[in-house]
Design a protein around this ligand. Structure first.
Ligand SMILES: *Cc1c(COP(=O)(O)O)cnc(C)c1O
Length: 361
């Protein structure tokens, strides 16, 4: 047999989410934190118009897109990199900086993709305990070792949905050695109101901190694959050696530009989703379920035992509703439910109400 690299063969196959069999009645998919609404007319018009240039390579420098991002967030364009999803940027950062001699520090319930990246480069991974599903800065600082090279924090968290204040992230940065890279994944930042938006972008000027965001969540372009991030110039230069030089397709760049320029729509989406999230959280709490407080487009529901979570998952699946089991995150008693349309949320509440009524408790 032809053998792959040993670290690759040791990796588990990517677990595809359940999206139903062909011919099966359409499912309500609440498993991938997707946006409930399709792209706006503005986005569609821009994409349609750009199609006529489909014979040309896209702008390898993402100039218009970087300008649109910089204008909204008051950033320096030369610190912005765009990726085929923010996952591509994380991959480039880890490939460029981590090796089998290094350690990556993550939080207990942090994004699993970082574990995949650690395996890819053979780096060891350490995990810092969270407190009540929240990132705990002291436990992170306590888990830093001499060979820790990257600390990865997701804020707001996935799958917890919880937020820690950016002052806490600043305290983390201040407590880390200068030669440790801090990567803050802010895929859900735009869902948080309050004073979260005292943004972290200025930390990037210190030369050792990176922040990633995405068009997949608030902007509803998961299918277009566009992420972006802010990176110190010396780190960005090395990452660019690894990115596919035409990594973001022409149509994706155009769609992302139109989405970024329409902050009104993003704000409306955030308000709609927050309203549905509150409604779903209250309804499930009224059913006696424990809902972890979330500021994102999903909620984590703790069913107390693995068996109850499996039973609820299967009941929902029988009602053509697909949510996300959390065993892979070390949370086998939990399910993660993406916030969708009002009628989808109502169906979910009804189904879980029926499930609850069936339990002999
Ligand atoms: C959805 C998500 C992303 C976004 O990934 P893309 O590659 O930009 O689609 C990043 N981080 C976390 C934690 C996410 O949940």
């Amino acid at each position: 047999m032809i053998e792959p690299n040993p670290n690759i063969s040791a990796m588990a196959a990517y677990a595809l989410p359940d999206i139903g069999a062909p011919g099966e009645a359409p499912l309500v998919i609440l498993a991938q934190n997707e946006h409930p609404f399709p792209p706006s007319d503005n986005i569609r018009a821009a994409v349609n118009a750009a199609l006529s240039q489909g014979n040309l390579y896209p702008d390898a420098d993402w100039r218009e897109l970087r300008a649109a991002i910089a204008a909204v967030h008051h950033l320096r364009q030369d610190q912005i990199l765009c990726g085929s999803g923010s996952m591509e940027l994380m991959l480039a950062l880890v490939t460029a900086y981590l090796s089998a001699q290094d350690r990556i520090l993550v939080t207990e319930y942090g994004y699993l993709f970082m574990r995949t990246l650690a395996q890819l480069v053979g780096a060891a991974i350490d995990s810092a305990a969270e407190k009540a599903y929240r990132v705990d800065i002291d436990s992170l600082l306590g888990a830093v070792r001499a060979d820790t090279k990257l600390v990865f924090v997701v804020n707001p968290g996935n799958p917890s949905g919880s937020v820690i204040h950016n002052d806490e992230i600043r305290r983390l940065r201040d407590g880390l050695p200068d030669q440790v890279i801090l990567l803050v994944d802010e895929a859900y930042a735009e869902f948080v109101d309050s004073d979260f938006h005292d943004p972290l972008f200025d930390l990037v000027d210190r030369g050792n901190t990176c922040v990633t965001r995405t068009f997949s969540k608030i902007y509803g372009l998961a299918g277009m694959r566009v992420g972006w991030g802010l990176f110190p110039a010396h780190i960005g230069d090395n990452m660019r050696k690894l990115l596919n030089p035409n990594n973001v397709s022409l149509l994706s760049q155009v769609a992302a530009c139109a989405a970024m320029r329409d902050q009104t729509r993003a704000g409306e989406a955030a308000r709609y989703i927050a309203g549905q999230r509150v409604g779903l959280s209250v309804a499930l709490s009224n059913l006696g379920l424990s809902v972890i407080p979330s500021q994102t487009n999903f909620i984590l529901v703790d069913f107390n035992t693995r068996n109850r979570a499996v039973s609820a998952f299967e009941y929902l699946r029988g009602c053509a509703i697909v949510v996300r089991p959390m065993g892979g995150y070390g949370l086998p008693s939990c399910l993660r439910i993406t916030i969708g349309l009002e009628r989808q949320m109502q169906r979910t509440v009804d189904a879980l109400g029926q499930w609850k009524a069936q339990q002999n408790e």
